[in-house]
Design a protein around this ligand. Structure first.
Ligand SMILES: [Zn+2]
Ligand SMILES: [Zn+2]
Length: 225
């Protein structure tokens, strides 16, 4: 992670902790809140990364009128053809702008959101980084490199998507296993195929439920605690 997302991450954590310390004892976070933050952030990030990947793998996005989408879609789909290229790149750095956007929005809306909401956005960024690093180490493993124990055993014990699981995604026609975390990808894929692999549905979900826009919905509708 580069300087900007790291600064934003620390700033959002400090805001959450400062707000928590100044709040009344009866609304303070408990162990239950910690479990809530971890579970909500994990399953949301699992959904979002699946969505992002499935959407960017669509051929339609190679012609997108939005330059960033076109660039990301090209990058994602090039990765199918040249998977080992990822080992020469700063793979985690590729999500820096997205992470900065999520955390920046978290800070902008900070006046209206609770410490728990802020920490959910911090955790979403961290889960996303974990998914990205695990993807990198999965490819390293496939190419015969020794990888850190955390990822090696995380994959072996089924806590993280394994190199073998991701390899299926790299097998033409690249139509499964879009996940970067181990959550509900089978459910998402069943719904996606069951509804005719609709591009319009993915398009709508991508713009409505991404972690930058989602935070504004959370504030507007009071969904997040
Ligand atoms: Zn892909
Ligand atoms: Zn890959």
């Amino acid at each position: 992670m580069n300087t900007l997302p790291t600064i934003l991450l620390c700033a959002l954590i400090l805001c959450a902790l400062g707000q928590e310390v100044m709040s009344d004892a009866d609304v303070r976070m408990s162990r239950k809140s910690a479990a809530y933050i971890i579970l909500v952030s994990y399953y949301y990030c699992d959904y979002w990364l699946w969505m992002l990947h499935c959407f960017l793998d669509r051929k339609e996005n190679l012609q997108s009128r939005i330059p960033d989408i076109k660039e990301f879609a090209t990058k994602f789909q090039d990765h199918h053809d040249f998977p080992t290229k990822v080992l020469q790149e700063n793979h985690l750095g590729e999500i820096d702008d997205l992470v900065s956007g999520v955390l920046g929005m978290g800070l902008l809306l900070g006046y209206w959101t609770s410490p728990a909401t802020k920490l959910i956005m911090v955790a979403v960024s961290l889960w996303g980084s974990l998914g990205s690093l695990n993807h990198f180490y999965g490819h390293a493993l496939t190419n015969g490199y020794e990888i850190p124990c955390f990822y090696k055993y995380g994959q072996r014990w089924g806590l993280l998507p394994s190199a073998k699981h991701h390899k299926t995604h790299h097998t033409a026609p690249f139509e499964m296993n879009w996940n970067f975390l181990n959550g509900f990808h089978r459910v998402y894929e069943a719904i996606y195929f069951g509804t005719g692999s609709s591009y319009s549905a993915l398009f709508a979900m991508f713009y409505i439920s991404n972690p930058i826009v989602l935070q504004t919905w959370g504030v507007v509708f009071g969904l997040l605690a």
